[in-house]
Write a protein that binds this ligand. Sequence first.
Ligand SMILES: Cc1ncc(COP(=O)(O)O)c(C=O)c1O
Length: 379
Amino acid sequence: MAIDQPATRPANPRFSSGPCAKPPVFNLNNLSDAPLGRSHRAAVGKAKLLKAIEDTREILGVPADYRIGIVPASDTGAFEMAMWSLLGERPAEMVAWESFGAGWVTDVVKQLKIDATTHTAEYGEIVDMAALNYDNDVCFTWNGTTSGVRMPNGDAIPADRAGLTLCDATSAAFAMDLPWDKLDVTTFSWQKVLGGEAAHGMLILSPRAVERLESYTPAWPLPKIFRMTKGGKLIEGIFKGETINTPSMLCVEDYLQALEWARSVGGLKGLIARADANTKAIADFVDAHDWIEFLATDPAIRSNTSVCLKFNDARITDGAAFAKAVANRLADADVALDIGAYRDAPAGLRIWCGGTIETLDIEAMLPWLAWAFETEINA
Ligand SMILES: Cc1ncc(COP(=O)(O)O)c(C=O)c1O
């Protein structure tokens, strides 16, 4: 059945899963308070960096005794820093249900060569987190950005574990409830749910993670960019805004503005509600059309940020080519940009639903998806 192009377009066609859409109020002119051309170690720069840390703490509800640091190289930098600094004291349990988790497995097994047990699940499914040995250190990703599968909650993680839990939460933070008492290391980057800029990572450490840092020295050398201790003591300054190397104060200003916007929509609760509403709009569309479905079949583990979909129409012969053609039609019509599935993931679409996305834009885009599907099938 051929259908006409819908009459309405999304006001913002940016549905990329990273860098993600800027907050709806974003305007370059709002960044004019950035202390450009000044030292990040001057009082003005340090105050901005400390505010970024403390506003993060307030909005995410991070406990007062957890350290929060701004570190180099985005989420990857933060997670690598944690793995290389903390792991090796005991065996590790490596958990992966999509591409990014698999990357951390490679680091630990092939680079650090730690005694590790690897637990994997197919795209669209999740590992049984209750079956892990929490006397070991556990590395996992809260939301699998490339499969659209997330942890339903932290109930499987015991409160009295002997090992540490290291959690890559980059596409979860600011969109999902994170149980801080179950997480010893949490990392994310600014470019995801808050629509900040790339290259800066956030590293959140529990008191037990700090204890490990101060009591254990890895057998391998650590580059300056990873070093969090000096003389066996935590370098506390890192967690007060005295960054290891030079951050971009323009990006810091942008992150501060994003945090301010987050507060204006009701903080974490408001952000979760926005992401849930966006995901529900897609779920309603999927329910109404029999040619599309979620990659994650179990609603309990479906992401509310990186929503991954697949086509299941019997007329499709080459799934990857079809999904790409649909995504291209939507991009060419300027109604949905960057929504092709991740390169290592099963063929399909991935539509970002984090809080910076307006539900009206998702709702305006979905009829275009139906149009692109029908047009492509007819072609
Ligand atoms: C789960 C996950 N981990 C790590 C990364 C890498 O993030 P970054 O490029 O900010 O280092 C991404 C990026 O999409 C991700 O989704």
